[in-house]
Every structure is written in structure tokens, then in C-alpha cells.
Design a protein around this ligand. Structure first.
Ligand SMILES: *Cc1c(COP(=O)(O)O)cnc(C)c1O
Length: 364
């Protein structure tokens, strides 16, 4: 029996998620010194990790012989206090990506549909296919959500709707009342998954806790990978009704969040100074890129989150050429945006270097 006849149909057809290219790969491929390579491809924090988190992680190194707390008690308590919600409303994941897997695992079966933006985080698609469901990808004209179109895609078969705000990879921001009205328009049989991975970069965050309190089927997802600078630790969380969280928690393996991640995340939550600094650096960097794109006469999209989108001819070629100069950005071919590069905002001098290399290629 051929293995390909044994594997489940949905696994065989699953597209592969291409992550941002790691520094070491680019160094090997182009014969460069890794120390000189600048990665602006995965929306990582250019300031490094939260210093408070680093300290906490170091302190826990000596207890690695023990299993972690499978219930993430301390982190759950701290989150409960931060958000004014009950501890049992939270699910802690190995990155919020893991929770994005739990959701279709719990709610999607054969024939069920998940609705999301066509230029939105690819994990919604992968997780839905993996669970055996069908994806309904809704166009995003001008790189934005069209909420009427998104709503029109919801049918009797829809179980989940995913929305990212600010969106990845486009960076568009959707306002509180638009999100709230959209949720209120959804039928009872639909669960709304609201991915807020980049929301801390915004001046004003959308607050869906009142809708959750009203009994709406809403899951908010947050991460420690972006503004807290802990992408390598893998920790994220969701909040929803206790009942919904209870089901998601059944999909977890008992020790899904390691002890260092729990300690680091807990400390990072208290590191207000780091969050403020990250936000300020990001804001200044976005301005720097916008001015540069305007000077270069390039079309761009820069609204929220910690990255910008810029339109260039042969974006894939430019992506390769920039790597030869030691700058890694992100092409968007997989998102149906072959003319756009996504660039993670860095420190001022890093942005400058990226802009310099890009402008050399654009004005060749
Ligand atoms: C980065 C990101 C996440 C967070 O992923 P982690 O697994 O927590 O690292 C979630 N959603 C989107 C849209 C992201 O871009």
C-alpha cells in the first residue's frame, strides 16, 4: 500500500507554511556573515526580548527537571487580573498559533466552513484544512476588509469567522464599532475568532469583553511574540466565555506551554516600560518608511501593526537581491500579492539600511 493512499486527504493537500527566512539560511546561501544580516521578515521585535522576561527565564533554568504547570496557574491569574475576567476564561497556548489550531479541531468537521480574508494570516486556512473543513476566502479590495462581503460569505455551513486586527500581512486596521456591528450581525451558529496579535501597537485597542459578557461566541487571541519580544519562547493566549475556553482546553496536550515560556510571559506582562518603548520605536519607524516610500514614489500601505507593505515590480526578485545585501524582507506571493513586499519595522538605523538597499534596486 502506497503511503499516499494511507494519509488523510486533507493532509496530502495541505499547503506548506513558509516562514520568514532565518538568518542562518541566508548566510549559508549567499556566503554572508550572519552577524551582518538584518531580518525584517517575521515581525519580530527589533529591541530584543523584554529584559524582565529574560531575567525571569534565567531564574527558572534550574528547575527544568520538573514538568511545567499544566494549568499555567500564575500566568492565568495575572491575565485574569489584567483583563478583569475569570481565570477559566483563558486558554494558554504554545504561541497563539497553537490555539488557532485548537479552534478548528474543536469546531470544524467534514463539510463545515471557515470564512476569512483572502489576504489574512495563512494559519486560518491551514488549521481549517487540517481539521477537514472548507475554506471560504473573501477578497480584500485595496488590502482592507470589506465587512459586507465577509458577512455575505457566511452561510448555514459556516462555523468559524476569522478576523485579524490589525491584519497580517496587509496591516489594515478595522475600528471598534465596525467590528462590534459585524459580530452582532452574525448568526448564532457562528464563532467569531478575533486575532489581536498586533493590537498593542495601536493607540486604541478594540475591546470585545462586553460582547463576551453578553454571551456572544467570540474568541480573542493575543500573543507574547510581537510587542513583548518573545517569539522564540512560544506563548500566546485566548479569552472567551468559560464554556468555550473549556472546550479549547480539552484540545491541549497537558504540558503544552513550557515552564520558561510561562515565567517569561508572566514577567513580560509587567514590563510596561518595554511595551511603551517598543510602541514608540515602531511609530517612528513607520513614519521613516512612509517618508522614504513617498520620496521614492512607491505605492505603500502602512496603517497599523509593526510592518509596512510596499509595492514594487518583481517583488520576488527584489526579495532575492536584498538578501544578497544581507537584508531579509518578506514576499507575499502566497497571499496573492506578488507585487508587494512586507517589511518589519526595525530600529532607525536598520530601517535606513533597508530603505537604502531597496532604493538602489528600485532606481536601477
Ligand atoms: C505573529 C502572529 C500571531 C502570533 O503567533 P505566535 O504563535 O503567538 O507566535 C498570531 N496571529 C497573527 C496574525 C500573527 O501575525
Amino acid at each position: 500500500m502506497e503511503l499516499q493512499n494511507l494519509v488523510k486527504k486533507q493532509i496530502k493537500n495541505l499547503p506548506v507554511y513558509e516562514t520568514g527566512k532565518p538568518i542562518e539560511y541566508v548566510a549559508r546561501e549567499f556566503g554572508l556573515d550572519p552577524d551582518g544580516i538584518l531580518k525584517m521578515a517575521s515581525n519580530e521585535n527589533p529591541l530584543g526580548p523584554s529584559p524582565k522576561a529574560v531575567e525571569a527565564v534565567k531564574k527558572h533554568l534550574g528547575t527544568l527537571n520538573y514538568y511545567p504547570d499544566g494549568g499555567c496557574y500564575d500566568l492565568r491569574m495575572a491575565l485574569s487580573k489584567k483583563w478583569g475576567l475569570k481565570p477559566e476564561q483563558f486558554v494558554i497556548g504554545n504561541g497563539s498559533n497553537e490555539i488557532l489550531e485548537f479552534i478548528p479541531q474543536c469546531f470544524i468537521g467534514e463539510g463545515d466552513e471557515a470564512v476569512f480574508g483572502a489576504q489574512s494570516f495563512i494559519v486560518y486556512k491551514l488549521a481549517t484544512i487540517f481539521a477537514g473543513g472548507k475554506c471560504v476566502e473573501v477578497p480584500m479590495p485595496n488590502l482592507r476588509y470589506d465587512l459586507d462581503m465577509l458577512r455575505a460569505a457566511v452561510t448555514e455551513k459556516t462555523k468559524l469567522v476569522f478576523m485579524t486586527n490589525p491584519n497580517n500581512p496587509t496591516g489594515c486596521v478595522t475600528k471598534q464599532d465596525e467590528v462590534v456591528n459585524f459580530i452582532k450581525s452574525l448568526p448564532e451558529h457562528v464563532i467569531f475568532c478575533y486575532d489581536e496579535a498586533y493590537t498593542e501597537y495601536e493607540d486604541k485597542e478594540v475591546d470585545l469583553r462586553p460582547l463576551i459578557a453578553e454571551g456572544r461566541k467570540v474568541i480573542c487571541l493575543r500573543t507574547f511574540s510581537k510587542i513583548y519580544g518573545l517569539a522564540g519562547l512560544r506563548c500566546g493566549y485566548s479569552f472567551s466565555s468559560p464554556e468555550l475556553a473549556g472546550y479549547l482546553n480539552r484540545a491541549r496536550e497537558p504540558f503544552n506551554v513550557n515552564s520558561l515560556a510561562q515565567a517569561g510571559a508572566l514577567a513580560a506582562l509587567e514590563d510596561r516600560e518595554f511595551v511603551e518603548k517598543s510602541r514608540a520605536i515602531n511609530k517612528a519607524g513607520m513614519k521613516q518608511f512612509v517618508e522614504a516610500f513617498q520620496n521614492m514614489g512607491l505605492e505603500y500601505f502602512a496603517e497599523g501593526a509593526n510592518f509596512v507593505m510596499v509595492k514594487v515590480e518583481d517583488a520576488l526578485g527584489k526579495f532575492t537581491e536584498m538578501q544578497k545585501c544581507g537584508v531579509i524582507v518578506r514576499p507575499n506571493v502566497g497571499y496573492g500579492l506578488p507585487d508587494w513586499l512586507r517589511i518589519t519595522i526595525g530600529l532607525p538605523e536598520q530601517n535606513e539600511r533597508c530603505i537604502r538597499e531597496l532604493s538602489k534596486l528600485v532606481h536601477k
